[in-house]
Design a protein around this ligand. Structure first.
Ligand code: ADP
Length: 273
């Protein structure tokens, strides 16, 4: 690990704030929150990098519609893929290294852990305000490798994503324990798919119940960052690789996503000051 820290000094030295996005299980919207957070931070004028460490199902390149990009190497490592002409969001994902995008990546532990360390160390990010690390679901050796590899860069903290059902919330309890053990600050809990606002009558239906994430945050004494409703325009934007934050400010999920980003900006500026 010390070797990685020394080697990547130049690659992450231009990154102001590193944060991780965690979830207890797949399908709760971890990549969605990562993507929308990056778009919101860009909207606020920030330069953002995303490191997609979800080796089992890398979906971030698809959400930015750059899944067919090739990655190149330069003297200091991998060159991340820029998702826009302004070069304000850059992305490195295991998805870029797969032969076929749908290949299930099943690697053995040591190989995975070495790759994660290499990913963290060898991407030439340049100057970034934020680096968001999208992790696989659960808490595994890969998470420990990721957190350890990032430790020299003093991460701002972790965002925990859950859906409102008790079962998903139970998984977040394990995430909280993991953060505590690893000495990783919890920036807060996001409850995703929290209700559905009917586009016709604006009435909110709580399809998966509601409030589990908020209750857990209260119980654990960590911030609650907000409830993001199920939003068909959000789902469609992700399918089509569109900028939801710029195109759908009237949409039901927008205020919650904007509020989450604002809280991240506040945490970052508190630390910088
Ligand atoms: P994870 O990264 O936790 O596996 P994803 O972010 O890939 O989950 O989300 C799973 C699916 O749910 C994706 O197809 C995504 O578009 C959709 N989705 C996630 N959150 C929402 C939401 N709030 N509204 C509508 N669709 C959503």
């Amino acid at each position: 690990m010390e070797e990685a820290a020394a080697g990547d000094q130049s690659n992450l030295s231009g990154v102001q704030h590193v944060m991780l996005v965690l979830s207890g299980k797949g399908g709760v919207g971890k990549s969605t929150i990562t993507t929308e957070l990056a778009l919101s931070l860009r909207h606020a004028g920030k330069k953002v990098g995303i490191l997609d460490v979800d080796l089992c199902g890398p979906s971030i390149p698809r959400m930015f519609k750059v899944q067919d990009s090739d990655v190149h190497q330069c003297d200091s490592g991998w060159v991340p893929v820029f998702v826009d002409q302004e070069r304000s969001i850059s992305l490195m994902s295991i998805g870029f290294l797969l032969e076929k995008p749908d290949d299930a990546v099943v690697w053995r532990g040591p190989k995975k852990n070495a790759l994660i360390k290499q990913f963290v160390a060898d991407v030439a990010w340049g100057e970034l305000d934020f680096l968001i690390v999208d992790t696989p679901p659960g808490t595994s050796d890969e998470h420990i490798s990721t957190v350890e590899a990032l430790r020299p860069y003093k991460p701002l903290g972790a965002i925990l994503v859950t859906t409102p059902q008790a079962v998903a919330v139970g998984d977040v309890r394990r995430e909280l324990t993991f953060c505590k053990k690893m000495g990783l600050r919890v920036l807060g809990i996001v409850e995703n798919m929290s209700g559905f606002v009917c586009p016709h009558c604006s009435e909110c239906t709580n399809i998966f119940s509601k409030g589990g994430g908020e209750e857990l945050a209260k119980y654990a004494g960590v911030p609650f960052l907000g409830s993001v409703p199920l939003d068909p325009q959000l789902g469609q934007s992700l399918e089509e690789g569109r900028d939801f934050i710029r195109e759908f400010p009237q949409s039901s999920a927008f205020p919650a996503l904007a509020h989450i980003a604002q809280q991240v900006l506040d945490s970052a500026s508190q630390r910088s000051s």
